[in-house]
Design a protein around this ligand. Structure first.
Ligand code: ADP
Ligand code: ZN
Length: 723
């Protein structure tokens, strides 16, 4: 037999198929050790065939299989090829996506346990060996037991002599580590409401593969997902359930465990290497059928997939930031089509791109406009912080927020305070009047670069002088340095010495335990106030929370990003949605320097349609996605000269495309990346905005032809961050 092998080396020079002779037991998808050059390499068998075109006497032989099963299923092989074509990356790189890293590095051992049972062979037991007799009758009664247990109960000697006489049969079996054994929950299964049942029926009956489930926070989307997963499981099929990294909340985990037990495998970056490997193995062997996890779980080795769900589809974590830079929904769609199953995208605040596809009929659209049991959405109070400053209240808490907080705590309820801190200090905003510096060409906020003391537009490269004062009101407080969560925490402590306060941000959350512990404590009501950044906005369900304070709502409005309006709408809606999820009506206090802002107005009125119509008209007018595609080709390298020469080569090739098809480009621009130097690496970019997305293919192809020795070249599509 001949195995076609892709060597597991992610370099374009070896990105081709090599033929090796092999034995019958080698199958497609297996990992094998092969002679390669003067050494041994690991490779993936992509196909097995009878004959090679290569002369038989020159053909080398596969040394051995790395595992006794195919690590890559046939569906995954097919997907890996598609990913390589789409993103122009070596096949070895896309194949790696489908394996737990631990498998490739060989760093985890499988854990085996030995079990014993009676062999059925007749033996004589001496009356002077009562322990042997007891062991024998124990197994006779119980059938099977762990060897370690038997030795402990009846003595190692008794066990050994029975084994030597042939009375016992031993069997080694894999024992899986269980990362969430301490998680337990009640099996809360609800009968679907008519609205939920209609949603399920629509998802099943539509001819479209993709359904957008647009339901307000607390409308029962999760219950719909679980219901559909349960049905697929019953029918013998498997499921993939994707959630943004940090929304793996304790409640969600315990719900899943209670409902699906060990049928659910949780793939999560916070697990130990061994745990992650075991969860993957359970899926590969079919012991577990539901793969739950962040974006990488879209590569789970499940077969016969019955449904794929992407919860909080708008979340930024679904775009990969390392090569290949895939979009999770694209991969999920490939898998759904391959399996002939449905793909559900769920969100209270769908991305503008997704919603447009639903509106124009490419996706099936299902709406859940009401919360379960018609619970009202929380009432939102907008507070003008400029007025607070003028009235002599410089603290981060407005009067009304303090009042409501006292009331909330007095009634024994819980509160969440949200701080929208990210990326703020680089924006130029006047604290006296709310003026924000924007690019004249692009209508996005400018970013301050301290090393050059200037303002830059990340979308067109325009540079502006730093302003000495606000051009609108002449105010001097033009750069705002945000307050940190720590400061908020300590101010709260002095205001409310008796309140129990928890803080959640990047500093307090390390690994899987970090989030988990804080959220668990809060949900067990061991704290009264939870202060945090973006992480507290995710889909948590804390019934006792009746007040949410958004301390600086407009912060994310001024990210220098065309999506900042969308992001703000999503954030405000999500954070507000944490309030009043049970019987007591919830309230939200939203503090802002820009109370008239239309995004905040739409968000506080829960008017997604209004927001969408407004936003999409701006995108159309300014030619931003989904009406154009932003493409950035990055060239990075530690050696400035080599990086520059790679840049030149990339630029020349791209420029050729540009010269031929300039009408398809809105922008074509070679420059330093806005941040010129990160982690010892010089960064250059060619920034493009395309009206014709078909050109992408040519751009990928052009870039894949540039193969610098000491520089990295990669393509980003609609990158989340242009720094
Ligand atoms: P979403 O995912 O849309 O935010 P959830 O599925 O978390 O909403 O539901 C919100 C709350 O309503 C949860 O506490 C959930 O247990 C409850 N719930 C969901 N579906 C039902 C139902 N059919 N009957 C009763 N309660 C339900
Ligand atoms: Zn610009």
């Amino acid at each position: 037999m001949i195995a076609e092998v892709i060597v597991d080396i992610a370099h374009s020079d070896v990105d081709k198929i090599f033929d090796y002779a092999c034995d019958e037991d080698i199958t497609a998808g297996m990992r094998v050790a092969v002679p390669f050059g003067r050494s041994v390499a690991t490779g993936f068998v992509v196909r097995v065939k009878d004959k090679s075109d290569y002369p038989a006497e020159k053909l080398k032989r596969v040394y051995r299989a790395e595992e006794d099963f195919a690590a890559i299923t046939s569906e995954c092989l097919h997907l890996a090829k598609k990913i390589s074509e789409r993103y122009r990356c070596p096949l070895a790189l896309s194949l790696r996506l489908f394996l737990p890293a631990e498998m490739r590095t060989g760093k985890v051992s499988e854990v085996y346990k030995t079990y014993a049972r009676l062999s059925g062979q007749a033996v004589t037991i001496s009356p002077r060996a009562p322990k042997q007799a007891m062991l024998y009758s124990y197994l006779d009664e119980h059938g099977e037991a762990e060897s370690a247990y038997l030795r402990e109960q009846f003595g190692a000697a008794a066990y050994k002599s029975l084994l030597e006489k042939g009375a016992l049969k031993e069997e080694k079996r894999r024992r899986y580590r269980d990362p969430y054994k301490e998680v337990s929950g009640e099996r809360a299964e609800h009968t679907l409401t008519p609205a939920q049942a209609n949603a399920v029926a629509s998802i099943k009956n539509t001819e479209k593969t993709v359904t957008l489930l647009h339901g307000v926070t607390g409308s029962g989307k999760t219950e719909i997902y679980l219901n559909m997963i349960a049905e697929e499981l019953k029918a013998g099929r498997s499921a993939i359930f994707l959630v943004p990294e940090i929304s793996l909340t304790p409640q969600m985990l315990s719900q899943l465990r209670a409902r699906f037990g060990r049928s659910a495998a949780i793939l999560h970056s916070g697990l130990s290497a061994g745990e992650r490997f075991d969860e993957w193995m359970r899926l590969r062997e079919g012991e577990a059928k539901i793969a739950i996890g962040a974006r990488s779980a879209v590569f789970a080795p499940v077969e016969n997939v019955g449904v794929i769900i992407i919860d909080e589809e708008h979340d930024g974590s679904y775009s990969s930031e390392s090569s290949p830079r895939y979009n999770t929904a694209d991969i999920a769609l490939l898998r759904a089509k391959h399996n002939g199953c449905k793909l559900i995208l769920g969100s209270a605040t769908p991305s503008v791109e997704t919603y447009m596809k639903a509106k124009n009929g490419e996706y099936n659209l299902v709406k859940l406009p009401n919360r379960i049991n018609a619970r009202p959405l929380p009432e939102v109070n907008i507070v003008d912080m400029r007025r607070e400053v003028r009235r002599g209240n410089p603290s981060p808490f407005s009067r009304i927020l303090k009042e409501k907080l006292e009331k909330c705590l007095g009634e024994g309820n819980q509160a969440i305070l949200f701080l929208n801190r990210r990326g703020y200090s680089q924006t130029v905003i006047c604290r006296d009047c709310g003026y924000v510096a924007k690019c004249e060409n692009c209508d996005v906020s400018l970013t301050y670069h301290s090393e050059e003391n200037c303002l830059k537009c990340h979308y067109c490269g325009a540079k502006y002088r730093m302003l000495p004062a606000c051009p609108e009101c002449g105010g001097k407080h033009i750069r705002y340095v945000g307050t940190g969560t720590q400061k908020i925490e300590s101010e709260l402590k002095s205001l409310y010495p008796n309140a129990r306060i928890l803080r959640m941000d990047n500093d307090t959350t390390n690994g899987k335990e970090g989030h988990f512990k804080i959220l668990k404590q809060f949900s067990e009501r061991k704290a009264d106030i939870l202060v945090g950044t973006q992480m507290v906005a995710k889909g948590h369900d804390f019934p006792a929370v009746t007040l949410v304070g958004i301390l600086d709502a407009d912060m994310s409005l001024h990210f220098s990003d065309y999506r900042s309006g969308e992001r703000t709408f999503q954030l405000v809606t999500q954070v507000a949605g944490r309030s009043g999820r049970a019987e007591d009506r919830g309230e939200v206090v939203l503090q802002t320097f820009d109370p008239e802002n239309y995004i905040l107005r739409f968000a506080t009125a829960y008017d997604y349609e209004g927001f969408y119509e407004h936003e999409i008209s701006i995108r159309a007018a300014t030619m931003f996605p989904p009406f154009a595609k932003i493409v950035r080709v990055m060239v990075c390298g530690e050696n400035e000269k080599e990086a520059l020469s790679a840049l030149k080569e990339v630029y020349d090739r791209l420029n050729q495309i540009y010269q031929e098809k300039s009408e398809s480009f809105l922008i074509f621009n070679k420059m330093h990346a806005p941040i010129k130097y990160i982690k010892n690496s010089y960064r250059y970019q060619v920034l493009m905005r395309l009206v014709d997305p078909l050109l992408l293919k040519e751009i990928y192809a052009a870039c894949s032809e540039v193969k610098p020795k000491n520089a990295l070249v990669y393509v980003e599509e609609n990158p989340a961050n242009l720094s």
